[in-house]
Design a protein around this ligand. Structure first.
Ligand code: PLP
Length: 286
C-alpha cells in the first residue's frame, strides 16, 4: 500500500514526496527527529516527544516550524489516513534547503524542512523478542559529544547494529571510558537485587522519553532506582538487563558479549516494567 506522508505543509503519496538535494539534512545531517509509537490508534507519550523535539531544535538553533498542537494534528491525520492501529510515526525536521551548499547556517529566510511518515507494525506490543529477550554485544562509543540531541546522524548506530548482526547478536551497547553509555537506539539498564541501575542523564546519552516514563513507574511501584554508570562486567554479573525505547518499550536483554545474564531468560523486573509501561501508556495515549 502506498503511504500518505507529510512534507512541508502537504499530505502526499510517498511516491510523490520530494525534498531538495540541497537540504542540509541530506548534505550535513543537519536535522533532528522524533519517533512516537502508536498503540490501538493512540499516540504514546506525544507530549514527551514534542518537548524533546523542542529542546533538540533549540540546542541546534533550528527554528521551530510550528506549535505542538499543529504537530499533534499532523500525527493524528497520518494515523487516520494510513489506518495505523499499531506502528510508529517518524518526524524529521532539518535546517532546510538554502539552495546551495555552505557550512554556514542559512539566513532565517530558509524554512526548516518538515517530513512525517508512518510505519505500520501490527502487534507492535506483542513482539516475540520480548518473550525470549535479546542478545547484545559491546562496542566502543565513538559518536559525537552531544548525544542528548536527537539528531539524524545515525551512521554509527547503524554500523553498531550491523556489527551485532555479524556477531550473531541483536543489538550493541556502547562503552566509553569503561562504562556503558546506551544501546544503539535505546537506553540500557541492569537490575541487581531489587535495584534498577541506569546511566545518569548528561550529554553522553539521549534522554529517552521511555526511560523517563519507566523510571517514574518504577519509583511509583516502590522499586529502587540508581542513576549511575555501570560496566559491561557489572552488567554480565547482574540479575537482569533490559533496554527501553519508543519502538521496543521495555525489552529484556539475556546475553551480553556471549555471557548469559541471570538465568538467560527475561527477568521479573523487566517483565513487570514492560507490563506497567504498556498498560499506563495505553491509558494515557492521545
Ligand atoms: N538512546 C538512543 C541512542 C536512541 O536512539 C533512542 C531512541 O531512538 C533511545 C535512547 C530511546 O529513546 P526513546 O525512549 O525516547 O525512544
Amino acid at each position: 500500500m502506498t503511504r500518505t506522508v507529510y512534507v512541508n505543509g502537504e499530505y502526499l503519496p510517498e511516491t510523490e514526496a520530494k525534498v531538495s538535494i540541497f537540504d542540509r539534512g541530506f548534505l550535513m545531517a543537519d536535522g533532528v527527529y522524533e519517533v512516537t509509537s502508536v498503540l490501538g490508534g493512540k499516540l504514546i507519550d506525544f507530549e514527551g516527544h514534542s518537548k524533546r523535539l523542542e529542546r533538540s531544535l533549540s540546542e541546534l538553533q533550528i527554528r521551530k516550524p510550528m506549535e505542538n498542537e499543529a504537530l499533534l494534528e499532523i500525527h493524528r491525520e497520518l494515523v487516520a489516513r494510513n489506518g495505523i492501529e499499531d506502528g510508529l510515526i517518524y518526524m524529521q525536521i532539518t535546517r532546510g534547503a538554502p539552495g546551495d551548499r555552505d557550512f554556514a547556517f542559512p539566513s532565517d529566510e530558509t524554512e526548516p524542512t518538515v517530513v512525517l511518515f508512518t510505519q505500520s507494525k501490527p502487534g507492535l506490543a506483542d513482539s516475540p523478542a520480548a518473550k525470549t529477550g535479546i542478545k547484545v554485544i559491546s562496542i566502543p562509543d565513538i559518536r559525537w559529544g552531544r548525544r542528548d540531541i536527537k539528531t539524524v546522524q545515525l551512521l554509527y548506530p547503524s554500523m553498531g547494529k550491523m556489527m551485532a548482526k555479524a556477531a550473531g547478536a541483536d543489538d550493541a551497547w556502547m562503552v566509553e571510558e569503561g562504562a556503558v553509555t546506551e544501546g544503539t537506539s535505546n537506553n540500557a539498564y541492569i537490575v541487581k537485587g531489587s535495584t534498577i541501575i541506569t546511566r545518569q542523564l548528561g550529554k553522553e546519552i539521549l534522554h529517552g522519553i521511555t526511560r523517563a516514563a519507566v523510571l517514574r513507574f518504577a519509583r511509583e511501584a516502590q522499586m529502587k532506582v540508581e542513576e549511575r554508570a555501570f560496566t559491561i562486567e557489572e552488567a554480565q554479573a547482574a540479575d537482569e538487563a533490559f533496554v527501553t525505547s519508543a519502538s521496543t518499550f521495555v525489552m529484556p536483554v539475556v546475553e551480553i558479549d556471549g555471557a548469559s545474564v541471570g538465568q538467560g531468560t527475561p527477568g521479573p523486573v523487566a517483565t513487570r516494567l514492560r507490563e506497567i509501561y504498556l498498560e499506563e501508556s495505553r491509558k494515557a495515549g492521545l
